[in-house]
Design a protein around this ligand. Structure first.
Ligand SMILES: CC(C)(COP(=O)(O)OP(=O)(O)OC[C@H]1O[C@@H](n2cnc3c(N)ncnc32)[C@H](O)[C@@H]1OP(=O)(O)O)[C@@H](O)C(=O)NCCC(=O)NCCS
Length: 249
């Protein structure tokens, strides 16, 4: 009897490792979703006093937000985005957007002025995307007179801090290519990059009007460095083995 190949065992081991990793990712998302207030330890970020603005920022679950505030957020999104959606393959649908904005897992950063009037918001969720734990930014919308004063950047930085604290791998979002200001804001100001899962990243899909952008968190950078090191070791071992014993590994 010859020696049995190890390939089957290796595959099984790899699958086991992948399943364990996925279980870990789900556990992290579940833990993040249980946190009552992700801004609890970010007291310094609850106030925005720059460029003539004096605003407060709170983080709330959608279930704790007054329906009239959700209506305002929906109307602001519609005002800012309807035309851009109409120019895309998706079109604008009130009900779909309302349903998305009120999904159970939805969290909001709500920005208010000194009189308690809302002036901007971020809708985000902790979720699994392509087997990775991510903080997905669904929406960032500011009333027009509050733009270009650094507030958008400040809010995105809060998201990055929350994603770091909850050990998500990335902050992720979908952006329209034809929303030039928004696209520049994410890619140039916030340094987001086209994600591997974006249709843009594929050679064969050039006709989409949107891209999926992402930015690695601390945990994401660590994981990427480990994966790169593992790949390097594998390549290196492969070369050594092939030169020493003639086996392709
Ligand atoms: C896209 C959006 C969220 C960006 O937020 P914002 O507050 O306007 O952006 P910021 O002011 O933080 O940053 C934008 C630029 O303005 C600059 N800026 C900051 N403070 C400034 C000031 N006082 N005066 C002029 N420019 C300023 C920033 O430096 C940045 O430019 P940079 O590329 O040189 O860094 C906001 O414009 C918006 O709500 N747009 C409509 C909705 C939308 O398109 N949302 C995105 C899709 S979901």
């Amino acid at each position: 009897m010859g020696r049995k190949s190890n390939k089957g065992k290796e595959k099984k081991l790899k699958r086991k490792e992948e399943n364990a990793k996925l279980a870990q990712s789900y556990a992290k998302v579940e833990a993040a979703n249980k946190i009552e207030n992700p801004m609890e330890s970010l007291a310094a970020f609850k106030q925005y006093e720059r460029n003539g603005l004096n605003l407060t920022i709170d983080c709330e679950r959608v279930s704790n937000i007054d329906p009239s505030l959700i209506d305002w957020a929906f109307q602001l999104t519609k005002t800012n985005m309807e035309t851009l959606y109409e120019q895309s393959e998706w079109g604008w649908k009130d009900k779909e957007k309302k349903d998305e904005m009120t999904e159970e897992k939805a969290r909001y950063l709500i920005v208010k002025d000194q009189d308690g009037k809302p002036v901007g918001f971020v809708h985000f969720q902790f979720d699994i995307e392509c087997e990775e734990e991510v903080l997905y930014c669904y929406e960032i919308q500011l009333e027009s007179q509050y733009r270009n004063k650094g507030l958008g950047k400040f809010l995105m930085q809060i998201l990055e801090l929350i994603a770091n604290k909850t050990e998500m791998m990335k902050v992720m979002l979908t952006a329209f290519k034809h929303n030039h200001d928004g696209y520049d804001f994410f890619t140039k100001t916030m340094k987001f990059e086209v994600d591997l899962i974006s249709p843009e990243a594929s050679l064969y899909e050039e006709s989409y009007t949107y891209v999926i952008l992402s930015k690695l968190t601390r945990a994401g950078k660590r994981a990427a460095a480990l994966a790169e090191a593992a790949e390097h070791t594998l390549e290196h071992n492969g070369r050594c083995m092939s030169s020493n014993c003639g086996h392709a590994c």
